[in-house]
Design a protein around this ligand. Sequence first.
Ligand SMILES: Nc1ncnc2c1ncn2[C@@H]1O[C@H](COP(=O)(O)OP(=O)(O)OP(=O)(O)O)[C@@H](O)[C@H]1O
Length: 244
Amino acid sequence: MKMETPSIPIVKQSQHPDPILQAVNVKKVFGRGETAVTAVKNIHLDIAAGSMVALKGRSGSGKTTLLNLLAALDQPTEGQVLFNGQELSRLPEKQRSLWRRSQLGLVFQAFGLIPLMSAYENVEFALRIAGTDKKLNKERAETALEWVGMKSRMKHRPPELSGGEQQRVAIARAIAHEPLLLLADEPTAELDSRMGLQVIKVFRDLVERRGMTVVMTTHDPGIMEIVDHVIALEDGEIVAEPKS
Ligand SMILES: Nc1ncnc2c1ncn2[C@@H]1O[C@H](COP(=O)(O)OP(=O)(O)OP(=O)(O)O)[C@@H](O)[C@H]1O
């Protein structure tokens, strides 16, 4: 398998320091009364455009909850999430969903691939939904699959692929439209360390050359070395940002 990161043409190299994503005193409580669980609280975040951020913490520390709040897939019980200064929870769902499809790339732990579609069709379908230029979709889908080393298996359907291969297709689908913001929940969990680093190199290239911003949860110490900031969560609160 080809391991070099295929080159991505440079469009934008300047990284402006304005935060693309902010959390202001965010709290999320699930349930009510005696069974209520405070999953995250006192969350203040300023994530600079063009940066790579890792969220780390033990199981149950609130990483997935925070990622869902940042993606506006869930609403905070208190506080606000702002994308380019705009409060997402105040947008009507239709606009929020348009924002998600066009400007956001999402990688979940359950990859959410459509089983009856080939790897290529899964990626191409996401591009159509994102509203990218139809004439370029074939090339963009193939290029994204090449970035994650899956072009040679792109005609296969998800059930014919291993867990790690499905994860790579899900990553290709999330980055094919070159989103402004990539939110990824353990994007390398199913990959061996070599492939995990290859995927992170692809993210880094998109950050450097396209100004993409990445927020991902991870347990991998190798990845924490590569990102710009590590945010540690403990019992739903940010406890330290060792690399900031
Ligand atoms: N829908 C829900 N209803 C009730 N409690 C929830 C819900 N989602 C998450 N929680 C609780 O919130 C806390 C944080 O969960 P979360 O999934 O965000 O942790 P995590 O750090 O992502 O864990 P992991 O590394 O295991 O994925 C946990 O105590 C969890 O049980």
